[in-house]
Design a protein around this ligand. Structure first.
Ligand SMILES: [Zn+2]
Ligand SMILES: [Zn+2]
Length: 131
């Protein structure tokens, strides 16, 4: 399926592209310390997709780490431009966590929650009451 309504995106250089069948499931901001490192800034903005319904073209490189709960989290980034495109989590193997800034139409994201607001940096002023 490739329609004008499809949710699509990719990395900064265009080597990695994705397309979803259907809509993102859950959209959120996360201000945890790990997302600060992995995004290189104050928080991540991401959405959940059904892995089976997500077509990826191009090659992502993955960096795996073990989270505090024992799950393996794999950070997928473009090996050419370094854009963090999506994460996988062994505890939710049928889902991808896609970084919202990679969307072709990021303005359509509707974040529902701010996660780990208590780990936010004082300069990263997201207001959970204004979503
Ligand atoms: Zn790239
Ligand atoms: Zn996080």
């Amino acid at each position: 399926m490739s329609t004008q309504d499809a949710v699509c995106g990719g990395c900064a250089c265009g080597a990695v592209r994705y397309e979803l069948l259907g809509k993102p499931k859950f959209s959120f901001f996360c201000q945890c310390r790990q997302c600060q490192h992995l995004s290189g800034t104050g928080h991540s903005a991401a959405f959940l997709t059904d892995a089976q319904a997500t077509t990826i073209t191009g090659k992502l490189q993955f960096w795996d780490r073990t989270a505090a709960n024992g799950n393996v989290v794999s950070q997928g980034f473009c090996p050419t431009c370094g854009s963090p495109v999506l994460n996988k989590n062994s505890g939710m193997a049928d889902s991808f966590f896609v970084n919202a800034g990679t969307l072709d139409r990021p303005q359509e994201l509707k974040p529902e929650r701010v996660l780990y607001h208590d780990e936010a940096q004082p300069w990263d002023m997201l207001d959970p009451t204004k979503l």
